[in-house]
Design a protein around this ligand. Structure first.
Ligand SMILES: *Cc1c(COP(=O)(O)O)cnc(C)c1O
Length: 394
């Protein structure tokens, strides 16, 4: 069949450039040690930064959630799928983020991808005179949100606050929306949120902050990037994901209650989809108990110690460890082939580290993306650093 032949050709072209992605089927729970094809691997590629994905208390809460609410929600939120479990979670999240937001309300989404689509389109669609200002290294979901919004879009260079300032100053749009990752997912660095917020307040622009990698891991109480930078503003629209540090799934938007009400009324990725299972929302209460309590603080401290240990023990000459202080520790290799060879060589040694290639990252900056978790031990990190040091020498 011709149509299939055409797809085959396109797939072959990807393969020729070493850009075919493969999935591995994990036979055990998300943890540093996982079984794949009957073999134990030490994994450094999940976003389970606090080790909550398989935490017994979170799992028990999920079971209790199923007993209380069953398996599925049965409908969209605006029909009959909005459960008391969702309401309670949203109230808790709003209260948790309230030191940083004004008249905070929260809205739970099935995924972070959908939350980002909802925020960007929801703030834009009501106003024809909208301009979106998007940071160059933003996550794909923010980029797709901006595309779906079908409004004027300006991309500013990575970490270039001055360039954003110039764009904002020359914009005549009455509705300005700045969107940025808080922790850049492939580089691990932080956006300068205080500087961005000052610009947004000056130019009366929304600041949409996607804190997928910061929520739970940054800030004394795990409130994320807003707590890390100690900022508070009615201009802030905060997106946190709940499938990474929180270990379960879904995401939330927290912002002024008027923003949240706007999303409920207007955001299609919220309205036209079945609500996530209420049991997930129930389980997330246990995640939040851990995140904001002593155990969360200890887990964050351990994670930071592992980051410092990894940086101290890597002795790289050809490859470049990026200057990230977060759990995302990328090593730039450069070419796709070498990156994938390296990832395969680590895999042979029982170490699972993802190789990241274009288009996820710019061409020529293929990298190993190491992610650390509070569930790792110092021994785990030593094993990884030794293996990478040795591979660079050979
Ligand atoms: C993972 C991620 C998302 C998407 O969140 P999901 O809940 O996985 O859909 C959004 N933004 C960033 C920066 C991410 O890393």
């Amino acid at each position: 069949m011709e149509l299939l032949a055409k797809l085959d050709q396109q797939l072959q072209a990807l393969d020729d450039k070493n850009l075919i992605r493969k999935r591995r089927s994990v036979e055990t729970a998300c943890a540093p040690r996982v079984m794949v094809d009957g073999r134990e691997l030490l994994a450094f590629c999940s976003n389970d930064y606090l080790g909550l994905a398989a935490h017994p208390r979170v799992g028990e809460a999920m079971q209790q959630g199923v007993e209380l609410y069953g398996a599925g929600s049965g409908a969209a939120h605006l029909v009959s799928g909005h459960s008391r479990a969702h309401t309670l979670l949203e109230q808790r999240l709003a209260e948790f983020l309230s030191p940083h937001l004004v008249e905070a309300q929260a809205l739970y989404f099935c995924t972070g991808y959908m939350a980002n689509l909802a925020v960007v389109t929801g703030l834009a669609v009501g106003d024809k005179d909208t301009e979106i200002f998007s940071e160059a290294l933003n996550h794909a979901s923010l980029i797709d949100g901006a595309r779906l919004a079908r409004t004027k879009l300006s991309v500013y260079p990575h970490a270039d606050v001055a360039a954003l300032g110039a764009l904002l100053a020359s914009s005549t749009a009455s509705n300005k929306i700045v969107v940025t990752d808080a922790v850049f997912s492939m580089d691990g660095d932080l956006a300068d949120l205080p500087a961005l917020l000052a610009l947004c307040e000056q130019h009366k622009a929304w600041l949409v902050v996607d804190d997928a990698h910061g929520f739970g891991t940054l800030g004394e109480h795990g409130r994320g990037a807003l707590e890390h930078f100690a900022i508070r503003s009615p201009y802030l629209v905060y997106v946190g994901t709940l499938g990474k540090a929180a270990g379960v799934g879904g995401a939330f938007v927290a912002a002024h209650r008027t923003v949240v009400e706007t999303l409920i009324q207007r955001a299609r990725p919220y309205i036209f989809t079945t609500a996530a299972p209420p049991a997930l929302a129930h389980a997330l209460q246990a995640s939040l108990d851990i995140i904001c309590g002593d155990e969360g603080r200890e887990r964050r401290a351990h994670l930071q110690a592992l980051v410092a240990q990894l940086q101290d023990s890597l002795r790289l000459k050809r490859w470049q460890l990026l200057p990230s202080k977060t759990a995302i520790q990328p090593i730039i290799i450069g070419e796709n082939d070498e990156t994938m060879r390296l990832s395969a060589a680590l895999y042979e040694k029982g170490l699972w580290v993802g190789g990241i290639r274009p288009p996820t990252v710019p061409a020529g900056t293929a990298r190993l993306r190491i992610t650390l978790s509070a569930a790792h031990t110092a021994d785990d990190v030593r094993r990884l650093a030794d293996a990478i040091n040795e591979l660079e020498r050979t």
